[in-house]
Design a protein around this ligand. Structure first.
Ligand SMILES: NC(=O)c1ccc[n+]([C@@H]2O[C@H](COP(=O)([O-])OP(=O)(O)OC[C@H]3O[C@@H](n4cnc5c(N)ncnc54)[C@H](O)[C@@H]3O)[C@@H](O)[C@H]2O)c1
Length: 435
């Protein structure tokens, strides 16, 4: 469904008027490309700047580092051809992305380094730009504090730019690539204000960045329409062979809540598979006082119990470096009136990710996306007031598209994302709800 308000703000007279009276100004987000189109400024000092410089060098990014910054020599060591950036440079010297290594910040007093780097540079970020702060685990006061910074900057930066914090465990410096690439690219258009944690992994599979899923077999549930169809399309674009499952209109026509569904799938994939995407989902909204047991139980069975049973049945068949990706929801994080059943099931899915992630072996990972307001048939049928509130109450001032969820899943699914395990990433434009 088209966003008429966003179209209105692009018209000459109406656009000026909406700006004057302080109404939201959604910009057209850049999407699609897997690389960064524009200059990147790299700064900060810590154990991650060298790894970030290496990723930027491999991306062939046009880059700069701050004047008198220790990053300059790290960049040179990583083969990154970085120019020098002088904060006094004219205002038209702009950047597509700012990458700041904050892992060296060891005390609260040193947090001023954030102000020193971003104050002269944040206005230079181009539309649909990217800010990525790299930090350590939240095991010190100063490192914990980084979250307040990135979440606030995400809310004020505007013009379709996004801000993320990537926490890298000691020993996981060599697992940065897929995450930094995704977060810098237009593919992360509707992901903002997120904290991603990267953990060490022995796995370093060779990856063709154009077709990272080549040779991989994927199962996507609920793939006949909406977000699921987009997930299947994006995984195929990335080279995967995708088996689309749905109750009708799919390669496998199956009700995932059927008693024998796990065995049916285990038989189908008896020779193994590489990726399971638990996307099928239903809502049966009503306040708890008016909710009979069957209405409670329907989303629980589709959204939570079936993914648990199917995971149990297919986990032994998942090949090395296999991936499980679940689709949760912002409701599962923030809660929502009229959705006690749905939110319980979607919070349960986060529980599945968090309890299974530490137990997985053979390079297998499990992660979840938690979509916010995504433009689908479901959101098109909402009353206009609720729909408009959903679209505007986020830092990007617009709804996301199914492809935004799909791109995030493709990042989790990549063999290069071995260090991304147990994460729940919201695809919500940094919604104000449950932030
Ligand atoms: N649209 C949003 O804004 C939004 C927000 C947060 C989370 N989500 C989640 O994203 C996922 C996809 O949502 P969507 O908006 O594309 O919904 P949708 O209703 O358009 O698609 C869901 C698909 O799942 C299938 N399905 C439902 N029950 C099934 C069953 N028992 N067995 C097999 N297939 C079944 C449906 O037939 C349908 O094709 C869901 O898990 C949903 O909860 C969506």
């Amino acid at each position: 469904m088209s966003d008429r308000y966003a179209q209105l703000t692009k018209l000459p007279v109406a656009g000026t008027l909406t700006k004057r009276i302080g109404l939201p100004q959604p910009v057209t987000l850049e999407r699609g490309s897997s690389t960064i189109d524009g200059r990147v400024l790299l700064g900060g000092s810590g154990r991650l700047a060298g790894a970030a410089a290496r990723v930027l060098a491999q991306l062939g990014a046009d880059s700069a580092t701050a004047l008198d910054d220790p990053v300059r020599s790290l960049a040179a060591d990583a083969g990154l051809d970085a120019a020098v950036f002088n904060p006094e440079a004219p205002a038209d010297r702009r950047f597509k992305a700012l990458v700041f290594d904050a892992s060296g910040i060891a005390s609260s007093a040193q947090l001023v380094e954030l102000q020193r780097f971003f104050h002269p540079t944040v206005r230079r970020v181009l539309p649909s730009g990217r800010v990525v702060v790299l930090g350590g685990l939240a095991d010190s006061v100063a490192q914990r504090a980084l979250e307040g910074f990135t979440r606030s900057l995400g809310k004020e930066i505007g013009r379709g730019a996004t801000v993320q914090l990537v926490r890298v465990s000691p020993g996981a410096e060599d697992q940065l690539d897929s995450t930094v690439r995704f977060l810098l690219s237009p593919r992360s258009a509707y992901v903002s204000g997120q904290v991603v944690t990267i953990t060490p992994s022995e796995r370093h599979p060779a990856v063709d960045w154009q077709r990272p899923l080549a040779g991989r077999l994927a199962l996507v549930t609920g793939a006949a329409r909406g977000i699921g169809a987009s997930i299947a399309d994006v995984l195929e674009r990335d080279g995967a062979e995708v088996v689309r499952l749905d109750v009708a209109g799919a390669d496998i026509e199956l009700d995932i809540t059927a008693a024998d569904a796990p065995e049916t799938l285990a038989r189908h994939f008896k020779d193994g598979l590489d990726l399971i995407v638990h996307n099928a989902g239903v809502t049966k909204d009503r306040t708890l006082a008016k909710m009979p047991e069957d209405r409670w139980q329907s989303p629980m069975e589709v959204n939570l119990i079936a993914p648990e049973r199917i995971t149990d049945a297919l986990l032994p068949l998942l090949r090395e470096d296999g991936r499980i990706v679940c689709v949760s929801s912002m409701s599962g994080i923030a809660g929502n009136a009229g959705q006690t059943n749905y939110a319980t099931s979607k919070a349960g899915i986060i529980g599945l990710v968090e309890t299974l992630a530490p137990k997985l072996e053979r390079g297998i990972t499990i992660n979840a996306v938690a979509p916010g307001f995504i433009e689908t048939q479901m959101t098109a049928s909402m009353p206009i007031g609720v729909r408009e509130a959903g679209r505007r109450m986020n830092s990007l001032r617009q709804g996301g598209l199914p492809v935004d969820v799909a791109e995030t899943i493709a990042w989790f699914a990549s063999p290069a994302s071995a260090g991304v395990n147990g994460n729940v990433v919201r695809v919500c434009g940094q919604s104000l709800l449950g932030a």
